[in-house]
Design a protein around this ligand. Structure first.
Ligand SMILES: Nc1ncnc2c1ncn2[C@@H]1O[C@H](COP(=O)(O)OP(=O)(O)O)[C@@H](O)[C@H]1O
Ligand SMILES: CC(=O)OP(=O)(O)O
Ligand SMILES: [Mg+2]
Length: 421
């Protein structure tokens, strides 16, 4: 029986694992099953599972609170599924692909050996909601699936093409170079998926595709993609910069934190031996964002409560729209108006029809217009065109899939990874 690929995506509020058959360069990986545990930041956690016609949706699960718990729970679920004969034995898994948010200077997927592991560990403080969690999963795979080859796919890699004047911070350059302080950018696996998928749907070669993509999930970012490559993105040295998210403030005046607390620079109580974060980072990463304004991390709830007149939810909604517009407007100008499409993706981008409507309403002045009826229908394929007829620029929804992107890149490089093993 051919071996399988396990694609593991440790997000800030969820862990998603997809199982794919095959690892050949010439074929697209074919998905056998997809499991996800969501709600890690807003318990109880829930399990969603899809295998063919077999579906479990939002089933509440107990005692699953961390990314590691979630992965172990999913692995057990997959191994015990009689309808998944491809995964009867642990030895059936050849590759475990891990989404690693911060990869520093790494610009391509890399087999995780001791050295890579330590490199990722060193970057943990720069992605406090992500890297350490992903590494707990790498460890769990190492212990429970000793035959599998672990590969890291870096969220920052897609942004290695951002020009110097855009990725440089205006600070002392010697210190900046020494401490590697620059814009890295994240959600790159998602943007790589979106770029390929939208180019295919518009029937354009990737290297002539110009889009503004919005990945709006628990973490939210925007990316200007010029000739198929990242030109600018809203996240920076860490995933805190740019747009606000479920528990993240996004960009604020850097002086704010010293007026918020007198202990900004002190180690946070949630620091561990593997993760050193300050009070400031704790507050801005974990105690801000929607949750701080509206009391929930769920943007679906925020949207419906805002519609019913909840003032705090309306404020969270309006604030998000405003910040998105800042970046879309700026990117549009920097791209000289050469735009094939504005693309919505991520949980909120894909499901939040009200948010899409409000954002695009403000962009009508740029010739970006959507069709209200098309916008309201749930997306039923990978790329859905919701533009108004006659709109100068297209508006699309892309159902992005970081696990599929990793599996695809894994298949393309499988021979190299085998050689490295
Ligand atoms: N109908 C909806 N309208 C707006 N947002 C929604 C809706 N359904 C789910 N969401 C939001 O999508 C977000 C999760 O996005 P997702 O990309 O799956 O998360 P993650 O960043 O953990 O990968 C949550 O904030 C969730 O509330
Ligand atoms: C980079 C990032 O913020 O990822 P996520 O949206 O999965 O938390
Ligand atoms: Mg995500």
């Amino acid at each position: 029986m051919s071996k399988v690929i396990l694609s593991i995506n440790a997000g800030s509020s969820s862990v998603k694992v997809s199982v794919f058959r095959g690892s050949s360069k010439d074929a697209e990986p074919s998905q056998l099953a997809e499991a996800s545990v969501a709600g890690l930041t807003a318990p109880p956690s829930t399990l969603t599972y899809k295998r063919g016609d077999e579906k479990i949706k939002d089933q509440e699960i107990k005692d699953v609170n961390t990314q590691e718990d979630a992965f172990k729970y999913i692995l057990e679920h997959l191994m015990n599924d009689d309808g998944l004969p491809e995964l009867k034995n642990k030895e059936d898994i050849e590759f475990a692909c891990h989404r690693v948010v911060h990869g520093g200077d790494f610009d391509k997927p890399t087999r995780i050996d001791r050295e890579t592991y330590h490199h990722i560990e060193e970057l943990s403080d720069l992605a406090p909601l992500h890297n350490a969690g992903a590494l707990t999963i790498v460890k769990a795979v190492h212990e429970q699936l000793p035959k599998a080859t672990n590969i890291a796919f870096f969220d920052s890699a897609f942004h290695s093409t951002i020009p110097e004047h855009i990725r440089t911070y205006p600070i002392d350059q010697e210190r900046a170079k020494h401490n590697k302080l620059r814009k890295y950018g994240f959600h790159g696996l998602s943007y790589a998926f979106i770029t390929r998928s939208v180019a295919e749907s518009l029937n354009k070669p990737i290297d002539s595709l110009n889009i503004i993509a919005l990945h709006l999930g628990s973490g939210a970012s925007a990316c200007s993609i010029v000739n198929g490559k990242s030109f600018d993105t809203t996240m920076g040295l860490t995933p805190l910069a740019g747009l606000p998210g479920a528990t993240r403030s996004g960009s604020v005046d850097p002086s704010l934190i010293f007026h918020f607390t007198h202990t900004a620079g002190k180690p946070s109580r949630s620091s561990t031996k593997d993760l050193h974060i300050t009070e400031a980072e704790e507050i801005l990463n974990k105690k801000s964002g929607w949750n701080a304004i509206a009391g929930t991390t769920d943007f679906g709830v925020i949207t419906s409560k805002a519609e019913k007149g909840d003032k705090n939810c309306q404020l969270a909604f309006d604030l998000f729209v405003d910040k998105i517009l800042n970046f879309v407007g700026g990117y549009y100008v920097k791209m000289g108006g050469k735009l094939d499409a504005l693309v919505f993706a991520g949980g909120i981008g894909e499901k939040g029809s009200q948010l899409r409507a409000r954002v695009v309403e403000h962009l009508n002045c740029l010739g970006i217009e959507l069709d209200e009826e098309k916008n309201k229908k749930p997306a039923d394929k990978e790329v859905v065109d919701i533009s108004k007829s006659g709109s100068k620029h297209k508006v699309l929804i892309c159902q992005t899939d970081e696990q599929t992107e990793m599996a695809r890149q894994c298949c393309q490089n499988a021979d190299d990874f085998r050689k490295q093993a």
